[in-house]
Design a protein around this ligand. Sequence first.
Ligand SMILES: O=C(O)CCC(=O)C(=O)O
Ligand SMILES: [Fe+2]
Length: 183
Amino acid sequence: MVSVYSVPGAFSAQECAEIIRKAEVEPDSEALLVGQTRDHNLRRASVVWLDDVPGTGWVMDRLISLVRRANKERFGFDLREFAESPQAASYKAKDSGHFAWHSDIGDGPVAGKRKLSLIVQLSKPGSYDGGDLEIMPGAHVVSASRLQGSATVFPSFLLHQVTPVTRGERKSLTVWAHGPAFR
Ligand SMILES: O=C(O)CCC(=O)C(=O)O
Ligand SMILES: [Fe+2]
């Protein structure tokens, strides 16, 4: 599907393990939704903001080059900045971790400028069941690759979800690129 761009092996297994290890040292917070409300029916996950984690500058550099490449090859959006910290999220089977259908474009001054969303699979596919990232570019659903280190890029207005994790734990890394609102 043209509106979902994927990069297999955007991060190596070792790099995913290092991101997980570094993010685990930071205290995590309960994930808030766009608009900073809590609704467990919509989302259950814990998150760490990568900007708070020392020694992860190389991760941001990689994310920026991945977004640039996706935008050049596929989207051609007017992107101006990365106005938010990347977010490492963890969805656990014991908490019924999930994120129901949503768009990433929010009402706030920052979330309202999101144009591209990029999500990296940090966990090995065999370490959890469920937890599929699904995107709806049209009248059908596209499942993102579950392979560790793969990156999936799509316009932030597209509906997407993470199905409930039923075994183990799924970790992901999300970043958004911002620019003038679509019109
Ligand atoms: O963890 C994921 O795969 C999706 C995260 C997401 O959709 C978000 O943070 O807006
Ligand atoms: Fe999202």
